[in-house]
Design a protein around this ligand. Structure first.
Ligand code: PLP
Length: 223
């Protein structure tokens, strides 16, 4: 691992972010040593995609790291991350919410989550439609997820060089986010995060109103 290269890349990514945008360093497939090196530069928020991998890394790293779960989450894996995860970005259904509630009860803590919305063209990306996400959030109060807090929305744009299309997709998600907040069916003091933007499209996401970008390769190099 080249520490000075990591430091340069990290500084470059940071320099491109306005102060209100939170940087989640995506560390999937990266070693504990690489994560530790970024930690030593002062970074604290890391994102992981695989529950088992996160469960193995977490105890080997400092306890003040804020772990974000950003991958597809199967219900049978929630137990691996519920005791310590800071924010789950990828909630896309009631079955997963039931399991998050159950594991939050067992862990004796609340869990903050984002609802993932499908905004891309590709069928492979997960997430609810905007209508489904709206319905889920509108029914939240009447539901049984007292320990699971909706903190905002997450989305991934189509993987395309057409930044006009990417901009349109991010603008659509941002519009949904603001509409939900303004309608008063979510608590606007808690429903505050809009997680969108990765290494290739974070500038477009920020222009559209992102509050959290999830950046891996621009910091750690190509996977
Ligand atoms: C891997 C991943 C990222 C980071 O991707 P980079 O292109 O390496 O920045 C962001 N978000 C999600 C959901 C990911 O799976």
């Amino acid at each position: 691992m080249d520490r000075s290269l990591l430091e340069q890349r990290y500084a470059r990514v940071r320099a491109g972010l306005p102060p209100h945008v939170k940087l989640i360093a995506v560390s999937k497939t990266r070693s504990v040593e690489e994560i530790r090196a970024l930690y030593d530069l002062g970074h604290r928020a890391f994102g992981e995609n695989y529950p088992q991998e996160l469960k193995e890394k977490q105890p080997q790293l400092p306890g003040d790291i804020e772990w974000h779960f950003i991958g597809n989450l199967q219900t049978n894996k929630v137990k691996y991350i519920a005791p310590f995860v800071h924010l789950v970005h990828t909630v896309d259904g009631t079955g997963l919410l039931d399991e998050l509630q159950k594991r939050a009860e067992r862990a004796g803590r609340e869990l903050n989550v984002l609802v993932q919305v499908h905004i891309a063209e590709e069928e492979t990306k997960h997430g609810l439609s905007p209508a489904e996400a709206t319905e889920l959030l509108h029914s939240w109060e009447a539901q049984r997820w007292s320990l699971v807090r909706p903190s905002g929305l997450m989305g991934m744009a189509t993987n395309t060089p057409d930044m006009g299309q990417v901009r349109q997709e991010f603008n659509g998600l941002a519009a949904l986010f603001h509409r939900l907040r303004e309608e008063g069916r979510v608590d606007p003091t808690q429903f505050t995060e809009l997680s969108m933007g990765m290494s290739g499209d974070s500038a477009v996401a920020i222009a559209a109103g992102s509050t959290m970008v999830r950046v891996g390769s621009a910091i750690f190099g190509e996977r």
